[in-house]
Write a protein that binds this ligand. Structure first.
Ligand SMILES: Cc1cc2nc3c(=O)[nH]c(=O)nc-3n(C[C@H](O)[C@H](O)[C@H](O)COP(=O)(O)OP(=O)(O)OC[C@H]3O[C@@H](n4cnc5c(N)ncnc54)[C@H](O)[C@@H]3O)c2cc1C
Ligand code: SF4
Length: 441
């Protein structure tokens, strides 16, 4: 009984933060939209969804048509409705934002998408078979988007994914508060119904080679994302929990996730904020985020920073962890150094410099690191040209090897990685691959 109660409490604590809109709320919100000509919200959307058009269809109670408008530009509309930083994109550009409240575009999009998924409506069918074969590596947003676009055009697509579940970071990495894993699963199933053959537990480089793919497929798309969290290289590192694993367990195995009473999260990006949120919501009495620069240099979105402060998480800025202390296998503190900011480093941000003799101990019984992900190691193993460690592509998303395309986080040498950008890459790469297959007869 206690176990069931704990499961329910944890599911509730990490359940989707924003409630769905009622039909009436959606109708009232849609009616506020000015249906701008050459709408700035559409320009600000990386997938260029015709936002006034889908909102107008909600206003006229045509939810199926609204969802179609969304999916024509963005096949992962249900995920993006939830995870997109709308404050920085469409809603940030809404003309009503300056004097009134911007239109709640993300929530309206979710309203239309949830309608079609709840009804089990498929809005697209597989295209007439072309006999051309494409291999997609990685079933994250980039791979799924590319696979779906090609299947709609009748190509035979096989999607290889090394993990047991498809969906990439939408399934494993984005906190349930923002996107429950079921939403990603529903989108994967939709892409499969378009005729895409999904093969999970199959890793390029282990189970098959690029040469195997080149011999059997007309084109290949790499949507392999980024690597694991890098090490900090400090004594006691073995006691530090990987933030991505922490989030993954909170989504897929929450009842068994061990939460400390006094949790320290190393890092100050969006992933670190997600880890701190999980710790706080699942019962830690004290959660502290440790960052070696100041709040000005944090990479987390401003709205995420505001959110985590409201959750009651504390911050220790200008602080560098140097050693984890443990006794009998149990962590008891994180030794840190105070930092000051010096001249800009390669990232363009002021470089943190240790203040001599400033060591101090931060009490902690759990330390989680969320300091970003490593560059895609596959790039060098496949001898692909790289840019700042990311796979280099041309304007058609083709890599330095002809017929091998790439998109998503693995090519994001510039700008912030995001789901919607990965979806757009996958879509555009799909268009380029289609052109190639058609041209090559
Ligand atoms: C904790 C966290 C929270 C985030 N929150 C947000 C958010 O709120 N909003 C937002 O817009 N973005 C967010 N992001 C970023 C977003 O998740 C990514 O930009 C997006 O998932 C990138 O999609 P992708 O398809 O390029 O890569 P991924 O989602 O990483 O997918 C890559 C897939 O390729 C597979 N793969 C890798 N190598 C191989 C191989 N050799 N063979 C077969 N398969 C392979 C992987 O297993 C994985 O499934 C977040 C990221 C993290 C880490
Ligand atoms: S900018 Fe705002 S008001 Fe104008 S079309 Fe977009 S959502 Fe509607």
């Amino acid at each position: 009984m206690a176990d069931i109660e704990q499961r329910t409490a944890r599911a509730d604590a990490l359940g989707e933060l924003l409630p769905p809109m009622t039909r009436n709320e959606a109708a009232v919100e849609a009616a506020r939209c000015l249906m701008c000509y050459d709408a700035p919200c559409t320009h600000a959307c990386p997938t260029h969804i015709d936002i006034p058009k889908f909102i107008k269809k909600i206003a006229t109670e045509n939810l199926r048509g609204s969802a179609r408008t969304i999916l024509e530009s963005n096949l992962l509309g249900a995920t993006c409705a939830r995870v997109c930083p709308v404050q920085e994109l469409c809603e940030g550009a809404c003309v009503l934002g300056t004097e009134h409240k911007p239109i709640a575009i993300g929530r309206l999009q979710r309203h239309a998408m949830d309608f079609v998924y709840a009804k089990g409506t498929d809005l697209f069918q597989p295209g007439e078979a072309t006999g051309k074969k494409v291999a997609i590596i990685g079933a994250g947003p980039a791979g799924l988007s590319c696979a779906g676009e090609l299947a709609k055009r009748g190509h035979s697509v096989t999607l290889f994914e090394k993990r047991d579940l498809a969906g990439g970071l939408s399934t494993y990495g984005i906190i349930g508060l923002r996107e429950p894993a079921e939403v990603a699963r529903a989108e994967v199933a939709m892409v499969e119904r378009l005729g895409v053959k999904l093969e999970t537990g199959k890793e390029l480089g282990t189970d098959f080679t690029l040469a195997d793919l080149q011999a059997n497929f007309g084109a290949v798309f790499l949507g392999v994302g980024l690597g694991a969290t890098p090490g900090l290289g400090i004594p006691g590192e073995e006691y530090i929990i990987d933030g991505l694993e922490y989030i993954e367990q909170s989504k897929l195995d929450a009842p068994n996730l061990v939460i400390g009473r006094n949790v320290v999260v190393i890092g100050a990006g969006n992933t670190a904020i997600d880890c701190a949120t999980i710790a706080k919501r699942l019962g830690a009495s004290q959660v502290t985020m440790v960052y070696r620069r100041t709040e000005k240099e944090m990479t987390a979105y401003a709205h995420e920073y505001d959110f985590i402060k409201r959750e009651g998480v504390s911050f220790c800025f200008l602080t560098q962890p140097v050693r984890v202390h443990a006794e009998n296998g149990m962590v008891n503190s994180l030794e840190c150094l105070r930092m000051s900011l010096g001249p800009a480093d390669a990232s363009g941000r002021p470089s943190p410099q240790p203040v001599a003799g400033s060591e101090f101990f931060l009490p902690a019984d759990q330390v989680v690191k969320a300091i970003g992900q490593q560059k895609p190691s596959l790039a060098s193993r496949l001898k692909l040209k790289t840019e700042k460690g990311f796979i280099q592509v041309n304007s058609n998303f083709e890599t330095s090897l002809p017929g091998i395309y790439a998109g998503g986080d693995c090519i994001r040498a510039r700008g912030a990685a995001s789901t919607v950008r990965a979806v757009q890459d996958g879509k555009l790469a799909g268009h380029s691959i289609h052109e190639r297959l058609v041209e090559h007869g």
